[in-house]
Write a protein that binds this ligand. Structure first.
Ligand code: PRP
Ligand code: URA
Length: 219
């Protein structure tokens, strides 16, 4: 019997598909065009919280001893140097969720804007904390479309000396995953969904539209 090759849908880049029932529920309502901006913000926060938990599963720990009211106990505490890096502006909708579980994390900002016609991202802002060589960077950018913005953000962090970079997004397109894979194969991607692809305007299908506009009501 003949064997028909199936298209490979498993990306080679380390992609963590975070398919928690709560993330799948929230992404469905994020996609819904009738979802209001205030609900959109709450849903984005909820998905980001679960992504942050998944993306920080393997942070360094150190042994610790504490006195309980009854006796001494041994345990572990986080020994991680984390920087959260939102890609402006849509990434701002994910920052608070990460800081909820890592309140001591430092925050760096990268401003990137896609050209409306070419979809090529250009940088308009950057403010990163000093001395990032021992940091784990969590880039938060909800949409991974062409991957141009993600690759630009990753390159900026690599140039700043970061060696452990993880990308948290809410909707990823195969094209964006491939672009990250080609430019930075060690970067781990955390996403609840991988969508079908991009349309002619480089928007994700089925996607959820323009994340920043829906988050801030600028449609
Ligand atoms: C959106 C989104 C990503 C980028 C993804 O930002 O938040 O940063 O597009 O597309 P890409 O993978 O093709 O680069 P946008 O440029 O629309 O800016 P905004 O966040 O200010 O709305
Ligand atoms: N940016 C968005 O906000 N949405 C897309 O579908 C693609 C890029």
């Amino acid at each position: 019997m003949g064997h028909t090759a199936q298209p490979c849908i498993v990306p080679a880049v380390p992609v963590h598909l975070v398919q928690h029932p709560v993330t799948q529920d929230a992404v469905t309502y994020l996609r819904d065009k009738s979802t209001t901006a205030s609900r959109f913000r709450r849903l984005a926060h909820r998905v980001s919280l679960i992504l942050a938990i998944e993306a920080t599963r393997k942070l360094p720990m150190t042994l610790a001893r504490v006195e309980t009211p009854l006796e001494q106990a041994r345990g572990e505490v986080l020994d991680a140097n984390v920087v959260v890096v939102p890609v402006l502006r849509a990434g701002l909708g994910m920052v608070d969720a990460v800081l909820e579980i890592l309140p001591y994390a430092r925050v760096g900002h990268i401003g990137l804007q896609r050209d409306e016609h070419t979809a090529i991202a250009s940088q308009y802002y950057s403010k990163l904390p000093a001395d990032l060589s021992a940091s784990t960077a969590l880039i938060v950018d909800p949409m991974l479309a062409t991957g141009g913005s993600a690759v630009a953000a990753i390159t900026m962090l690599e140039n700043a000396g970061v060696r452990d970079i993880r990308l948290l997004c809410i909707v990823a397109a195969p094209e964006g995953i491939a672009a990250v894979e080609a430019a930075a194969p060690k970067v781990q991607i955390f996403t609840p969904v991988i969508d079908r692809g991009l349309n002619a305007q480089k928007f994700i299908l089925p996607g959820l539209g323009d994340f920043g506009d829906r988050l801030y009501g600028t449609i």
